[in-house]
Write a protein that binds this ligand. Structure first.
Ligand code: ADP
Ligand code: ADP
Length: 227
């Protein structure tokens, strides 16, 4: 079970005059697919990174399953994150890219192998495990990035514009794959995008942000008034 609560979360970067995120409040339920949407610079990434523990929270509280997480290191928050630029290691094979974080955490070899092969099965990457990222298509690279999140066996997925480097056709295809993955793995997922169509087709609930504030929260139907 994973519920995530943000209680009046604020962010002001050290060198900034204004708050980048102001009074962000939401109760995210177990297994929800939440999408933060809004124009560039409205504070989506900053909010996601505070949840991930990659940025400090200036004011307010982050609770995961009722436990205050503000000061808990990123690695102990039980989350897996997927980035826009994939952040793959170019000198490592697909297998090693997926195995890397587990090796750091001292998982044994057999466990790593099982997890990587399971992720490769789910993502259709079995034939590519020995390749390096440069020899993959954009869609395959994105799958490897997803694979690195899957092997963590985390209950929370955070995704920051994971599809924005893909062409339109692939974006539509991967959208469906990510939605399916969310259901299959039973994760609580927070997904950041500036693309309203993405938000509408994937979200259980959408958070519309503007200038660091939440403008509206609701189902796709509520916020865009269409199915
Ligand atoms: P979005 O993800 O919606 O594009 P961001 O969360 O990246 O927006 O940025 C929100 C605001 O915070 C922007 O005004 C941006 O310039 C500012 N910002 C982001 N990162 C930093 C930083 N490291 N230092 C100072 N200001 C930042
Ligand atoms: P996708 O399956 O993500 O839609 P593409 O349509 O771009 O991928 O590529 C079609 C096929 O070509 C894929 O099966 C992929 O393995 C292969 N391919 C793409 N780029 C390369 C490359 N640089 N080296 C070897 N094979 C490649």
């Amino acid at each position: 079970m994973v519920n995530i609560n943000l209680n009046s979360v604020h962010k002001k970067y050290e060198n900034a005059d204004n708050y980048s995120v102001t009074d962000f409040n939401i109760d995210i339920k177990d297994h929800e697919f939440i999408v933060f949407v809004g124009p560039s610079g409205c504070g989506k990434s900053t909010t996601l990174r505070m949840i991930a523990g990659l940025e400090d929270i200036t004011k307010g509280d982050l609770l995961i399953d009722g436990k205050k997480m503000n000061d808990v290191p990123s690695k102990d928050r039980g989350i897996a994150m997927v980035f826009q630029n994939y952040a793959l290691y170019p000198h490592m094979t697909v297998y090693d890219n997926m195995a890397f974080a587990l090796k750091l955490r001292k998982h044994d070899k057999k466990d790593i192998d099982k997890r990587v092969k399971n992720a490769a099965d789910i993502l259709g990457l079995n034939d590519y495990l020995k390749r390096k990222p440069a020899a993959l298509s954009g869609g395959q690279r994105q799958r490897v990035a997803l694979g690195r999140a899957i092997v963590r066996d985390a209950e929370v997925f955070l995704m920051d514009e994971p599809l924005s480097n893909l062409d339109a056709k692939l974006r539509v295809q991967m959208r469906t794959e990510i939605a399916r993955l969310h259901k299959r793995l039973n994760t609580t997922t927070i997904y950041v995008t500036h693309d309203q169509t993405e938000a509408m087709t994937m979200a259980d609930r959408i958070v519309i942000m503007k200038d660091g504030f939440i403008q509206q929260i609701g189902s796709p139907m509520d916020v865009y008034n269409k199915p």
